[in-house]
Design a protein around this ligand. Structure first.
Ligand SMILES: Cc1cc2nc3c(=O)[nH]c(=O)nc-3n(C[C@H](O)[C@H](O)[C@H](O)COP(=O)(O)OP(=O)(O)OC[C@H]3O[C@@H](n4cnc5c(N)ncnc54)[C@H](O)[C@@H]3O)c2cc1C
Length: 371
């Protein structure tokens, strides 16, 4: 039995572990190394001595008490739980988005960080959000010829930068040498990437992403309340369930600094130490800046695939009124990803939301359910 279990070894989870010095802490992450999406094991941050780390381990069920059901370590118990499960990318379907050469923006970045050679390749990094510039900068550093296509209009981007001047140097560094179109988005890929302004780009790869979706499933399984799609927390990162804290992207998409600050607060609060609340202003301003243009919901045509696992097209989904109906009648969301990709897409296209979250929250062999 551990004092504290931390789910997710990204910046938030690592900060929570550091802050909980002196406690018996277990840290679990499904990646082979710690660091989360941004660092991916590249940063030399070590795991503190008081922490037992289980990498390459998926938590597929959580129950009150708290027991975490994992695919490599069986059941792990802890008195308190800090959920730092991060976020995943939001994709929006457009004709050609399933063709070879089209990747998720973070997905292509992850391939490149694991050795994919993009030297001399022409890459369009398209969609929305600050991640596009980060991905563009990484790909350019690795020798790719990158164009960034951001759907948000320039005026909103400049307003955000003016409100946060301390972020300006970072934005300039990432932007250096990256041709960038704003207020523009991809409408079709057929070997060329066709854009909403009527132009087309010859590319080798498209890296697409329209923002991030918080991974709230772990907290939801325990009954934690959501607020506008994010895990609701108080000024100590305490959720609506006693003993469960949450930090980082599940409480609001806000980037590295917020994840680190919230992780520290959650770790300290779980130890009963004094904390200072983390501001949520940047989260709200990011939402406003990168608000998606309504036309993006109309890019998918009747024959465009929406659920890739079960090959369900937009035309097959159009007659239905809810996620549940569509799921029962078309198998949308019932494939390997369990709706993690197409669920948020149908929310954007139709406003559907799943009625409940059930285990397993990540794909695992059925035999593990005997635990
Ligand atoms: C694909 C992607 C790429 C990104 N790349 C960049 C970048 O290059 N630069 C940048 O500034 N920001 C990037 N971001 C944003 C960045 O992730 C955030 O700004 C911030 O660092 C998030 O920290 P976090 O600790 O909240 O979450 P994360 O860093 O996402 O960490 C959460 C961790 O929890 C693990 N996890 C979740 N659920 C489970 C489970 N059930 N079982 C086991 N482990 C689980 C995840 O695998 C992950 O390692 C990226 C985001 C995504 C989604």
């Amino acid at each position: 039995m551990f004092d504290i279990a931390v789910l997710g070894a990204g910046p938030a989870g690592l900060a929570a572990c550091r802050a909980a010095a002196g406690k018996r802490v277990v840290l679990i992450d499904d990646n082979p190394s710690h660091g989360g999406q941004i660092w991916r094991g590249e940063l030399a941050i070590s795991i503190p001595d008081h922490v037992t780390f289980h990498p390459s381990t998926r938590v597929f069920d959580l129950r009150p008490g708290f027991t975490l059901h994992t695919d490599t370590q069986g059941v792990i118990s802890a008195a308190k739980l800090i959920v730092c499960s991060g976020a995943r990318e939001l994709f929006l379907p457009f004709p050609g988005w399933t063709l070879p050469g089209v990747f998720g923006a973070g997905g292509l970045q992850a391939f490149v960080k694991s050795g994919l050679d993009v030297r001399g390749k022409r890459v369009a990094v398209a969609g929305s959000g600050p991640l596009l510039l980060a991905v563009g900068a990484t790909l350019r550093k690795r020798g790719a010829k990158v164009s960034v296509i951001e759907q948000a209009p320039l005026g909103r981007l400049l307003k955000l930068l003016r409100a946060y001047p301390s972020k300006l140097p970072q934005a300039i560094t990432m932007r250096l040498g990256l041709p960038m179109r704003t207020g523009t988005w991809p409408v079709r890929f057929d070997g060329k990437l066709h854009l909403s302004n009527g132009s087309a780009l010859e590319v080798d790869y498209v890296a697409c992403g329209f923002g991030l979706v918080p991974n709230t499933e772990a907290a939801q399984l325990l009954g934690c309340r959501l607020d506008d799609g994010f895990v609701a927390v108080d000024s100590k990162q305490q959720t609506s369930v006693a003993g469960v804290y949450c930090a980082g992207e599940p409480t609001g998409i806000g980037g590295l600094e917020k994840a680190l600050a919230e992780g520290e607060v959650a770790g300290r609060a779980a130890c009963g130490l004094a904390t200072r609340p983390v501001s949520r202003r940047f989260v709200r301003d990011l939402i406003e800046t990168y608000r998606l243009h309504p036309d993006l919901a109309a890019l998918a045509k009747a024959d465009t695939v929406v659920c890739r696992c079960e090959n369900v097209t937009r035309g097959a989904l159009d007659p239905f009124r809810s996620w549940r109906d569509a799921k029962l009648q078309t198998r949308c969301g019932m494939g390997a990803c369990q709706g993690r990709i197409c669920g948020p897409i149908t929310q954007q296209l139709y406003g559907w939301t799943p009625e409940s979250v059930r285990p397993p929250i990540v794909p695992v062999p059925a035999a593990l359910f005997d635990q």
